[in-house]
Design a protein around this ligand. Sequence first.
Ligand code: AMP
Length: 438
Amino acid sequence: MSGLNRELEGLLSFEGEACGVDGCGPVGGERDMAALRDAEQGGAAQVGQAAAGAKPARPILPGATIGVLGGGQLGRMLAHAGSRMGYRFVALDPTPDAPCGQTAEQIVAGYADRDAARELARRSDVITYEFENVDADVAAMLETESYVPQGSALLHTTQHRLREKRAIEAAGARVAPYAEIASLADLQEAVARLGLPAVLKTATGGYDGKGQWVLRGTDELAPAWDEASRAGTELVLEKFIDFEREISVIAARRLSGEIRTFPPAENIHVRNILHLSIVPARVPDAVIAEAERLAVSIAETLGAVGLIAVEMFVAKDGTLYVNELAPRPHNSGHYTMEACRTSQFEQHIRAICDLPLGDTSLLSPVVMGNILGEHVGPLLDWMQTHDAEADRLGVAPKIHLYGKAEAKTGRKMGHVNVLAADTAAALAWINESTIWRV
Ligand code: AMP
């Protein structure tokens, strides 16, 4: 436990105890946080159950240290939002001077390094993660030896496409028709049943379109099976949804059960990498309402604590299919940083610390454009010139760069939130801009 949090010990309230900032004395003195939590939640092994809403934990107040597993841009933006609120941060990441390490303390070590994870636990009052492929052993260890309000159950679900699909269905949402594939014969049978085109995906480890094979003709089945079966993980075949739009909804749920959603974003991908998020999404109001309802149902059913991003396809008839979940801040939620009353990063901190969630109202229409390695040069050139076109269109582009050393092609280096009177003006500026010409 950090020294400052020990000081805060006396200010924290426990269930059943009347305790205010100036209303009661220290509870527990030198007792360590895990033991206190165990007493409160019926044992460390039940943290996951508590995370599912059984019992609220005490709030974690500013001055406490938040440990982040992963030191990338999501950790960095969490640290920015949380530092402003008075929290301290320590990140664990193998890359020295990682994006989050530039704004927080950093432990330089691999994610599967148990000693380093233990060190992170020792230095933190609460632990969160900024990516979902956390080593299962490390997640379980952290859950028993420290305080991880998000729990490892949700990670376990979202790390595996088949488990994830079953959980989504259990929450009453639709997924693209799918089949588990363990052999070429399974693949042939599934294609005969679901039809083509279809997408073969690895059940674990895929991102930004990696670990995916789009199948359009029956002659593509055997080569795809050959390649995919070498990935060494289970496979799933999905029917290809001829979607009208892709949208995502980010929901936040706090330990005590309160849930809020951010306005749905319409997402446009280029080469399988998110290019733009447009808010408000250009879909009918009924679709917006249904998307938000499904995100709430998923967050509730899965007992999420913190943020959960729900990616969906909107079919031509308005039917929503949930594609993927991410139990963390999400690229499609970066628009909230300037365009909402509360950013996704502040909301995540509020949720894991069990503070009341912030207002998610949209302050301005916005389009978020990702800055990949190839866009950095043009962006830096643009930053040094006066942009008369932005003035003419009445847009305000807000720059975020993540402090990554090497601008590799396709690597996420930053983003621009383009605030405007309407999304058409923001899109017009993006189309005119030299930043995304490559
Ligand atoms: P994923 O890694 O599952 O998020 O997929 C990456 C992208 O591939 C999605 O954002 C979609 O554009 C596309 N995609 C994935 N699955 C399907 C599907 N079943 N039908 C249509 N497009 C898909």
